[in-house]
Design a protein around this ligand. Structure first.
Ligand code: GDP
Length: 367
């Protein structure tokens, strides 16, 4: 049997098969001595953390490790997919540790949205989900908005201790950390990383001024996100890149909206009313009569109704119906990773369809 190869940076077992998984190193790197995984290589030479993902079990191990360590936890969620990017188990591990909750990608929300309202909403929702963050922030890691405030808070709350940055894949964790590195070190300054074999399995250590460290944990894959059911090209269409322009549809009972071919909303009863859609500006929304919806889907999936593109239709799981009665005013019908539809008045009966496995839920309106 071949010898197990360990990265001297993070202690992970080196593998050469899958670039997106933890421990990857290109085959040529195996000749290097000492051996180092691509993620550590990039941090060391380019001051850049790289996005890797983990299996659920590995991630539980990491959370367990964090639970036992002393430090500040910074949890990043994607504000566009708050529930889909939530790490449900985290609160059980953090114990009494301080947690800062950071909602990233705030640049996607319409400019008219008041940030205080969103942070209040985040605090309340976090509490309902079992987490009591010390503070809540909204940032755009891409653009840098809000980063100074969150960095100041990290410095204050960590109190000289280590910082653990956690988040599921695609929330922008790498972008966030890379920005911190950049801001903290200044342009052109190379940070020095300290390598201790095997100490922080799977976590990347970024030293802070006072001898403590900021740890980048790999992202966990949340399987019920839409992102895992479409290919890369289609993912580009459904991932908003700039401020979302809400689209308002005045629907009569028995009308249907198709969101490309990836999701569908049937308005069953409740009188004529507006439905406000918050989704990627590039996603095509098609309105039809409910009685025609099944046939339309069957005939035009991959054409009129796309994404998915024609060649990927057979890989999309069948749409599953979720029945809801909207009892509260200002309710969002959320399609994990695709966006949401807000209904302002209670009393509507709807059926929300999404591919089998994709999370669909109601929540108190975010906006
Ligand atoms: P990670 O998997 O959590 O490390 O996420 P990445 O940092 O690789 O980012 C995932 C995707 O989100 C990329 O396409 C980024 O460009 C995008 N992204 C990251 N930060 C922001 C942000 O502040 N706003 C927007 N709109 N997109 C962002």
């Amino acid at each position: 049997m071949s010898e197990r190869m360990i990265c001297i940076g993070c202690g992970v077992t080196i593998q050469t098969e899958d670039e997106t998984k933890i421990g990857y190193a290109p085959p040529s790197a195996l000749e290097r001595d000492p051996m180092i995984c691509q993620r550590c290589f990039r941090l060391k030479h380019y001051n850049e953390v790289q996005d890797v993902s983990l299996t659920d079990d590995d991630f539980l191990n990491i959370l367990h490790g964090i639970g036992q360590a002393d430090g500040l936890v910074v949890k990043i969620v994607d504000i566009f997919d708050f529930n889909g990017s939530w790490l449900p188990g985290l609160h059980r591990f953090v114990g009494k540790k301080d947690v800062l909750l950071v909602g990233n990608k705030v640049d996607l929300l319409p400019k008219s949205v008041k940030h205080e309202k969103v942070t209040r909403w985040m605090k309340q929702t976090a509490r309902e989900l079992g987490l009591q963050p010390r503070d809540v922030f909204l940032v755009s890691a891409n653009r840098g908005d809000g980063m100074k405030e969150v960095m100041a808070a990290i410095d204050e709350y960590r109190n000289g201790k280590d910082v653990y940055v956690v988040g599921c894949t695609n929330v922008g964790k790498s972008t966030f950390i890379n920005r911190i590195i950049k801001e903290a070190t200044g342009k052109g300054n190379v940070i020095t990383t300290s390598y201790f074999p095997g100490t922080t399995l799977d976590m990347i250590e970024i030293p802070l001024d006072d001898g403590s460290a900021l740890y980048d944990t790999p992202g966990i894959i949340n399987h019920h996100q839409m992102a895992h059911f479409v290919d890369k090209k289609d993912l580009k269409v459904i991932t908003p890149k700039k401020e979302i322009k809400p689209k308002v549809y005045q629907l009569n009972e028995q009308q249907t909206l198709f969101f490309g071919g990836l999701a569908r909303l049937d308005y069953v009863s409740g009188g004529r009313r507006p439905f406000v859609c918050y989704m990627s500006n590039e996603l095509f929304i098609h309105r039809t009569k409910r009685e025609h919806a099944d046939e339309l889907y069957e005939r035009h999936l991959g054409e009129l109704l796309q994404p998915p593109r024609k060649s990927y239709c057979d890989q999309l799981p069948p749409l599953v119906a979720h029945h809801f009665t909207l009892k509260e005013p200002k309710t969002d019908i959320v399609f994990s990773g695709l966006g949401w539809v807000t209904c302002h008045e209670p009393g509507a009966q709807v059926i929300a369809y999404a591919p089998k496995g994709v999370g669909v839920m109601l929540r108190k309106s975010l906006i």
